[in-house]
Design a protein around this ligand. Structure first.
Ligand code: PD2
Ligand code: ZN
Length: 291
């Protein structure tokens, strides 16, 4: 069977790559769409080479700074799932693998926390809750964010034995040093509250981002842990792939992003709580030690 590389396919390849899709992901999409792998690989390589030539990029020694920054790929936390294990050893506890997606990298974990740990986190955070702030990338400071109608607080890293134990468990599961983690954040959403879709990495185009990145670099991974179960609503949504993770007490969703770019497909949000309330604890991981 002969497959012809049409101008439309070339255009599509260029659009995907310009939008930040990694070549492996473009290739995978082509093969899934019925392209023979060798034809797809050759078409991808040729199209990108021609495109670069057209841009005059082949004569430029280094990419423009903006391009380098967006396309640079960092190491990111990863849960090794080779051999498709059903359960993972998190050190002091076995954790179930419920769902695993490769692009974007999303893993839903069962039983990351015990019921007692969930209750203890809620009770320890309750007296310290304040309406949630998000890091303000324009200034590098913090501000009230209307897209986030929850209340929240941060534990200091290693603040108490419970926090230390959970941090060690996560570090082991996702192969990322405890020292690179931010303190655990607890959020409480009342009925009607939500967290509109967003990326957890800091937008490289915002003027406050360089200040934020001085402390530990970019965020490269997130673990959202569910501490209770709202009767309806409150799932964590990934609109790019139509996924909604149900908030089940003790379960968690892990996702990672190796560059601060929408091409990671890690847009996600907290759906409105329809009935009851919702409690989550979030652990964000940075590229480097977060002091
Ligand atoms: O509470 C959630 O489901 C949620 C959704 C999106 C939490 C976060 N993001 C977060 O803490 O970053
Ligand atoms: Zn988030």
């Amino acid at each position: 069977m002969t497959q012809t590389v049409t101008p439309e396919l070339r255009q599509w390849i260029i659009e995907q790559s310009t939008a930040g899709c990694m070549p492996e992901a473009v290739l995978e999409a082509m093969v899934n769409a019925g392209w023979q792998p060798d034809v797809a690989e050759a078409a991808l390589e040729q199209t990108l080479r021609d495109h670069l030539k057209q841009l005059g990029a082949s004569r430029v020694a280094a990419p423009a700074p903006g391009v380098a920054r967006e396309m640079a790929v960092a190491r990111a936390p990863e849960i090794p799932l080779g051999g498709s294990p059903r359960r993972l050893d998190a050190g002091d506890r076995m954790v179930d693998v419920i769902v695993s997606i490769s692009m974007p990298r999303v893993v839903v974990l069962g039983g990351l926390l015990s019921d007692e740990e969930c209750d203890a986190l809620i009770e320890a955070s309750r007296p310290r809750l304040a309406r949630s702030l998000t890091v303000q990338t324009v200034t590098g400071g913090e501000e009230l964010n209307p897209d986030r109608t929850s209340s929240g607080m941060f534990f200091g890293r290693g603040e108490n034995d419970l926090v230390k134990r959970i941090e060690a468990r996560i570090a082991r599961l996702v192969n990322w040093p405890v020292e690179n983690g931010e303190g655990i954040q607890v959020l409480n959403y009342k009925t009607g509250a939500e967290y509109k879709p967003h990326y957890d990495y800091f937008d490289p185009d915002e003027p406050g981002t360089p200040t934020i990145l001085k402390r530990g670099g970019q965020r490269v991974g997130t673990v959202v842990m569910y501490l209770n179960e709202p009767a309806r609503g409150g799932g964590t949504t990934f609109p790019d792939i139509g996924l909604e993770v149900a908030p089940v007490r003790g379960n968690a969703v892990f996702f990672s992003y190796n560059r601060p770019h929408p091409g990671t497909m890690t847009l996600h949000g907290g759906a409105p709580v329809i009935e009851g309330e919702k409690w989550v604890a979030t652990k964000w991981m940075r590229e480097r030690v977060f002091e």
